[in-house]
Design a protein around this ligand. Sequence first.
Ligand code: ZN
Length: 308
Amino acid sequence: MRTAYISHRDCHAHDTGEAHPECASRLSAIEDRFVSTALFDVLRYYDAPEVTEDQLLRVHTPGHLELVRASAPESGYARLDPDTVISPATLPAARRAAGAVVLAADLVMSGEMESAFCGVRPPGHHAESRQAMGFCVYNNIAVGVAHALAAHGVQRAAVIDFDVHQGNGTEEIFSQEPRVLFCSTFQHPFFPYTPLLENAPNRVNVPLDATAKSEQFREAVTGHWLPALEQFKPEIVFVSAGFDAHRDDDMSHVSLTDQDFRWVTEQIVKVAESSASGRIISVLEGGYELNSLARCVETQVRVLMGLH
Ligand SMILES: [Zn+2]
């Protein structure tokens, strides 16, 4: 299977300060793993382009874009919210992170690539239409989904979010968009503490309590996501790939294993093969314990490529 890995050196340069969990070592750990396991030899690497203003404006307000620009310091650090650090290299990184998902949509919709993994930071799924939040500046995956709808005429796009934190930004941006089905699992109650919305034809939220392990997670997927996805028949599947529900990751209490992340990716591949000609775009969100992060990303990419 042809799988793209899309990233950019600017994404490494985004500096969040000392001891911030969302750090450049995350991408280095993933890419080192790709090298040590020879996965880089079979992936097709692409440099992420910069997102355009028009592409951002499909999901963000002009006020949000202006505030982000005005907040970027010439030196040192500023904050867009208590968790979201912005420094001189942040804006170039954020433009590449969103641009990566746009390129992924172009590659996958044109058939040049079957799937793509976007190794990007800052992450995106907490960023709402009018505000940055929770380490996220622009909602990268939403920008890519909106591009698939607007530029490629996609009528049914699924967004699957298994990050341990609820993807409030993606949910908000597409809440009134029937062409997007949003399926998520997340620890609840937990950050971002946004109200738990009732499920709707385009939304399948499955909260997990803090003691949840493999069994509860897999039940959520098989009992809630998969029936909705089978009915929706997505033409393309986007994945907000956060690995912070891993038991080795102390960002949360939910305790998933490497095998769970492999399994969920296998389920996603089945969905994509049944209605979307295998088209999958996975976008890095959370995951802060470097060893499990690198292993789980490697495994996910191997499953996408059909290498087991
Ligand atoms: Zn997270």
